[in-house]
Design a binder for this molecule. Structure first.
Ligand code: HEC
Ligand code: HEC
Ligand code: HEC
Ligand code: HEC
Ligand code: HEC
Ligand code: HEC
Ligand code: HEC
Ligand code: HEC
Length: 324
């Protein structure tokens, strides 16, 4: 009699914990991610509303009980949030007819500085493994054909149904902007499912051989270019910066050349003011902003400073913008 009672109450407990299970599927606990693209939550059947707490601020109650909503998303909630760079904590509370029935949280790291090492204690989130994909497979095509992954329609390409956020920024890279994921990604390779075939110059040369050859032929080649590390500066997909740069030009350069001091770089003029290193206009190339690459070619050049215009010394550089 006693045994049965325990069994029954355990069973009841299990039932409620199954019914009101609440899980944050993406991002994962103690993982780091590279973009603020999605927040994917799975709510148990009993839950009809959710409240999110991001960065200490709570949302209103999000109603997920609507018939139309359920028909499309069932018990999933997929949002496009804006996480802060660095550490983030998200709490989710599940409600059933106005009463809180479940709560969960996730701690993760948004890594916006690709040049800095990943934070200690956080692992890269890995999505395309069978156990995680199984949850999505009911609604998303997780085993597409090779042809499908280069389908030119954002709606029909099986990769862009989830990844179109990463293609939204203004400057997109030719083949990625055309949804030809298959030109660089494979269905399966030794790195894993859907992973890129190669990275850096080994990949870039497949389509930009002439350009890479030209860079390497310069008398002085910029360190990271010589090492073939194209992806340290260029994203393969899309970014808000021209040339799909991973950061705004000066920020990118200063990431490795921290010692450049605005006050003394290039020297001071008769007015005593330091030379600008950024500004709204580049006199050499009207229509472009003034930045480090107004004077330095990012890939290499004829002199040690990789100056633009093929000039070698600093005095001929000045004349590129300042007539005598
Ligand atoms: C019950 C159905 C369902 C399940 C299960 C599901 N999704 Fe979705 N998901 C959708 C629908 C519907 C859309 C919207 C598709 C569209 O607009 O083309 C979507 C869109 C998305 C988006 C894109 C959001 C945007 O607009 O940028 C992401 C990311 C996403 N899902 C991730 C996932 C992940 C990861 C899983 C598995 C853990 C998953 N989904 C499981 C139905 C589902
Ligand atoms: C159900 C939604 C969904 C679909 C469909 C999907 N992905 Fe993903 N994918 C994700 C999420 C979420 C991540 C984790 C994103 C992150 O943190 O960068 C991810 C990560 C990746 C990664 C990084 C490695 C990994 O496993 O985490 C690659 C590469 C990738 N996706 C390529 C693709 C390609 C190519 C396709 C089309 C064949 C595709 N994905 C389809 C949701 C999806
Ligand atoms: C020009 C080659 C190229 C094309 C085209 C391309 N990718 Fe990638 N992709 C890469 C490389 C290289 C990486 C590895 C990035 C790295 O480590 O810097 C990558 C990584 C990814 C990742 C992991 C993201 C991350 O932050 O680590 C996802 C997701 C992804 N690609 C999705 C896609 C989708 C979806 C498409 C099609 C719309 C696509 N890619 C088209 C080259 C490409
Ligand atoms: C599958 C072929 C393919 C691969 C691989 C590829 N690209 Fe491209 N890339 C293109 C196409 C197509 C364009 C757009 C054509 C154009 O504007 O010249 C382009 C344009 C660019 C641009 C913009 C050019 C401009 O004038 O603004 C940059 C930068 C670039 N690619 C860098 C890279 C880097 C870095 C890699 C290696 C990580 C790479 N590409 C790999 C096909 C490719
Ligand atoms: C140190 C950072 C850095 C590295 C490494 C780098 N690039 Fe660039 N790249 C830039 C910047 C910055 C621009 C934009 C120049 C501008 O706006 O004038 C650029 C522009 C480009 C362009 C546009 C056309 C042009 O020449 O201006 C292409 C194509 C390109 N890079 C390809 C590559 C390839 C391929 C590699 C690897 C062999 C590579 N880059 C490595 C910073 C870099
Ligand atoms: C990933 C790190 C990295 C980034 C990003 C980077 N550089 Fe460099 N840079 C280097 C390395 C490494 C060297 C070689 C250092 C040496 O040999 O003294 C170098 C050398 C240089 C030199 C020549 C220094 C000398 O003493 O001759 C100049 C000029 C330069 N970089 C400018 C830039 C500009 C402009 C940018 C932004 C477009 C940039 N760098 C971005 C790593 C980087
Ligand atoms: C107005 C032109 C101009 C601009 C803008 C400019 N530089 Fe320079 N840079 C120079 C000159 C001139 C030298 C000195 C070269 C010499 O005398 O050999 C130099 C030298 C360098 C060197 C090698 C010497 C050193 O101090 O390490 C680096 C690295 C460098 N610049 C990076 C940058 C970065 C990063 C930016 C943007 C924040 C930038 N430069 C903006 C003109 C410029
Ligand atoms: C790529 C174009 C470019 C190059 C190359 C360049 N400058 Fe400049 N320079 C500028 C711009 C832009 C300004 C700001 C003009 C303004 O504010 O009206 C400026 C301003 C100046 C000033 C005035 C500073 C002040 O406000 O008092 C002096 C002096 C000067 N530059 C000297 C030099 C010298 C010396 C060199 C060569 C080492 C050089 N510049 C190379 C673009 C350039």
């Amino acid at each position: 009699m006693y045994r049965i009672l325990i069994l029954v109450s355990c069973f009841a407990l299990m039932c409620t914990s199954v019914a009101t299970a609440l899980e944050i599927l993406y991002p994962g606990e103690k993982t780091y991610i590279n973009r603020s693209e999605a927040l994917v939550i799975k709510a148990g059947q009993g839950i009809d509303g959710l409240v999110l707490e991001i960065g200490g601020e709570s949302s209103d109650l999000i109603d997920i009980s609507g018939e139309q909503y359920r028909a499309i998303f069932k018990d999933m909630l997929i949002l496009q949030p804006e996480f802060d760079p660095g550490k983030n904590r998200i709490k989710v509370r599940g409600y059933q007819q106005g009463e809180k029935v479940a709560e969960t949280e996730v701690n993760f790291f948004l890594r916006t500085d690709q040049l800095a090492p990943p934070p200690d204690g956080y692992k890269r989130f890995v999505m395309h493994v069978p156990e995680k994909e199984a949850v999505c497979a009911g609604c998303h095509e997780m085993n597409p054909t090779e042809a499908a992954i280069s389908h030119p329609s954002a709606r029909l390409n099986p990769c862009t149904t989830c990844h179109r956020g990463m293609l939204r920024p203004e400057w997109s890279h030719g083949p990625a902007g055309a949804f030809e994921c298959g030109s660089c990604h494979e269905l399966q390779n030794d790195k894993g499912k859907f992973r890129e075939r190669k990275i850096h110059a080994d990949l870039c040369t497949e389509c930009h051989q002439d350009i890479v050859d030209a860079y390497l032929k310069e008398e002085f080649v910029h360190g990271p270019v010589e090492a073939g590390l194209c992806n340290t500066c260029h994203d393969s997909h899309a970014t808000p910066h021209k040339g799909q740069l991973v950061a705004e030009v000066n920020e990118l350069c200063l990431g490795c050349h921290e010692h450049i001091d605005d006050d003394v770089h290039v020297g001071r003029g008769v007015t005593g003011r330091p030379h600008p290193l950024s500004g709204p206009k580049n006199p050499r190339r009207p229509g472009e902003k003034f930045s480090c690459v107004s004077c330095h070619n990012p890939h290499g050049g004829k002199g040690r400073g990789y100056f633009v215009g093929g000039v070698q010394g600093r005095f001929s550089l000045c004349q590129e913008c300042h007539q005598k």
